[in-house]
Design a protein around this ligand. Structure first.
Ligand SMILES: O=C(O)CCC(=O)C(=O)O
Length: 268
């Protein structure tokens, strides 16, 4: 199986079809340079200040990671709320929820010398599987060129169809893609970061979107509290979780005006 690769402007239906078949697909050169540069510039000081705080056996010890980028990098809203990402979330998640939410937004800079990350699935944070239901969908955005040499994400194509990951073929492909591209992959696809054997860092931003009735991977209300979230438009605020799911899940009535931006569950 080959990694499906599309150009920006791909028909959404073609991308959905490829994702259903392979579990992952690349769309090349989606983002303009000005957005990439603004995001990288806003994230840079946070990478430098906090990037080592998530070091562990899973994340690696030669990789900088920063979570909840909407807290300090407002330009990332253009990526997190990108219409193509939301279209794929609509296709895979909306059949099972009235609205979906951001799970996590993580900047990842794999530095030269890092080794392979263990292959894993992101939706394993939810301890249940329901055939035919996707719990989350993920997008890795390349903020520089991704190559096999510098640590392009590896994905095991078709692994979303394997009921027992022990049986998944251990033949990942490298999602090589030019700067500004998007690797879409379903929440139950085996994947992982890769060794960086180049001389330059590999910077990416992963955004996950999950069914709106699930607990969000990151506690977004602590990470992006109302005083920060209010700078964003309603789409981003709803993605953060500042709205109900359906008629009452997540409601908050305070009889004061701390916030009641959106108290309904219209489409994100
Ligand atoms: O950095 C990458 O390419 C992938 C990282 C990843 O999959 C993860 O940390 O969950």
């Amino acid at each position: 199986m080959e990694l499906p690769v599309f150009k920006a402007g791909v028909a959404e239906a073609d991308l959905v079809r490829a994702l259903r078949k392979s579990g992952a697909a690349v769309v090349e050169r989606v983002l303009p340079d000005d957005i990439i540069n603004a995001c990288a510039q806003e994230m840079r000081p946070v990478f430098d200040r906090n990037g080592r705080m998530a070091e562990n056996d899973f994340n690696g010890y030669t990789t900088l990671r920063i979570s909840s980028v909407l807290r300090y990098a407002p330009s990332t809203r253009h990526i997190i709320g990108h219409p193509l990402a939301l279209a794929m979330a609509d296709a895979f998640l909306r059949p099972h929820c009235t609205s979906y939410r951001i799970g996590s937004n993580t900047g990842i800079e794999i530095l030269p010398g890092e080794g392979d990350q263990v292959l894993h699935t992101d939706d394993s944070i939810y301890p249940v599987r329901i055939p035919g239901m996707y719990f989350q969908i993920n997008v890795m955005w390349s903020l520089c060129d991704f190559t096999e040499e510098n640590g392009a994400t590896r994905v095991v194509l078709g692994s979303h169809k394997v009921p027992d990951y022990g049986d998944a073929p251990a033949n990942p492909v490298y999602a090589e893609m030019p700067k500004g591209s998007a690797l879409f992959y379903l929440g139950n696809v085996l994947h992982g970061g890769s060794a960086n054997r180049s001389h330059a860092p590999r910077m990416g931003l992963i955004n996950t979107y999950a069914l709106g009735w699930l607990r969000q991977e990151v506690n977004q209300y602590l990470a992006v509290p109302p005083e920060i979230a209010k700078q964003y438009d309603p789409v981003i605020r709803k993605l953060l979780g500042y709205s109900k799911h359906g008629s009452s899940l997540g409601h908050s009535r305070f009889n004061n005006d701390v916030w009641v931006w959106e108290d309904n569950d219209t489409d994100v």
